[in-house]
Design a protein around this ligand. Structure first.
Ligand code: TXA
Ligand code: MG
Length: 337
């Protein structure tokens, strides 16, 4: 059920932001942890509340392209074309910034910054009323799955933030595509719902991060090097649906309780006696992406479950983003027959 946010609530949230407080906000991807991007004291509190390493820069959330132009250098007209095609929406653009336009607490000391216009009416209004762009990392404790509901936010951050604007579960469920437009050709640093295929309708060429970063190089999206999305139990990816039986056999031999994170079809075909808990990913890669983080968090309620067998999807389209998050949650651990 979608909760309607009243204008008064959004105004209250904007007043808190202006006063330097932290307010979590809904987006179409995951909930963000908002603070005034022009207030370094508030921005530092964001890192503290999340327990986030300070060399991992934040996304600057705007309500229109003019806010970006005030801070960043627009290296090519293609940027405006991307904005036109995908904003508001799950695409974050890395752009070179004007001298001293943003504090090092936001950029991690880089000469570039990340910008995004989220597709959520309440949050766009919040940014407009606050009168400043908002930093907004995912509103989770660093290392935990990103929050897709206000309850997830409160589970991790209750008492550490002033408020959360509750707009019900997020739609997409995986974080935005991060596209580096400060280099030629542009590079996808983090896959998301604005897929490579969609970007290629606007860009003549786009590279994937894995082809771009040499192993001895510092990762281009600093956040990608940290442990992420990890529940308490070990996550093991079952790449082929027909291997679930064998994977359960194997897990039971380890003498531990097993949890299944899979589509309805897989869950219906398994003998319930053989596993302890289950969480449905729905019936497609779209529903699976929407539910993945909720599912990973679900198993933390059952500490006796030590192994989560999680369904893989083909890494194409949205499947690329889904598999990227699942690989991180599992430490790239695949079931092998
Ligand atoms: O969907 C999303 O993007 C969500 C919602 C709340 O907007 N936000 C989010 O923020 O996922 P966060 O902080 O969890 O992830 C931001 C990513 C990190 O991997 C970070 O390293 C990268 O963007 N990033 C930020 N600034 C960068 C920069 N200047 N250059 C390269 N990567 C950057
Ligand atoms: Mg995050």
């Amino acid at each position: 059920m979608t909760v309607r946010l009243t204008n008064t609530q959004i105004q209250q949230a904007a007043a808190l932001i202006k006063a330097g407080e932290l307010v979590a906000f809904p987006t179409e991807t995951v909930y963000g942890l908002g603070a005034d991007a022009t207030n370094p004291v508030a921005v530092k509190q964001v890192y503290q509340a999340k327990g986030r390493p300070s060399d991992n820069p934040l996304i600057v959330h705007v309500h229109n392209f003019d806010q970006v132009k005030a801070l960043a250098i627009i290296p090519t007209p293609t940027v405006a074309a991307l904005v036109q095609a995908f904003w508001p929406g799950p695409l974050t653009l890395i752009l070179p910034i004007k001298n001293n336009a943003l504090d090092a607490s936001v950029t991690g000391g880089l000469k570039t910054a990340a910008f995004r216009m989220p597709n959520n009416a309440a949050t766009l209004k919040l940014i407009e009323l606050a009168g400043v762009p908002l930093v907004g990392p995912s509103a989770n404790t660093s290392g935990k799955p990103s929050p897709t509901t206000a309850d997830h936010v409160l589970h991790d951050l209750d008492g550490k933030i002033a408020a959360v604007l509750d707009d019900g579960p997020t739609k997409v469920g995986v974080e935005s595509t991060v596209l580096d437009m400060s280099v030629v050709p542009p590079v996808i640093l983090r896959p998301g719902a604005v897929t490579r295929e969609k970007l290629l309708t606007i860009l003549p060429k786009v590279l994937d991060n894995k082809h771009h970063v040499a192993t001895n190089e510092v990762p281009k999206a600093p956040g990608m090097k940290y442990r992420h999305y990890a529940p308490e139990a070990s996550v093991i990816i079952v790449k082929d649906a027909q291997d679930f039986n064998a994977a359960i056999d194997w897990a039971l031999k380890q003498s531990v309780q097993v949890g299944l994170l899979a589509t309805d079809q897989i869950l219906a075909s398994q003998d319930k006696i053989r596993f302890k808990e289950q969480f449905s990913l729905g019936d497609s890669v779209v529903s699976a992406s929407h539910k993945l983080f909720d599912g990973l968090r679900y198993f933390d309620l059952y500490p006796e479950v030590k192994i989560i067998l999680a369904q893989g999807f083909e890494p194409k389209g949205l499947g690329t983003a889904y598999m990227n998050r699942l690989e991180k949650a599992s430490g790239t651990h695949y079931f092998e027959k």
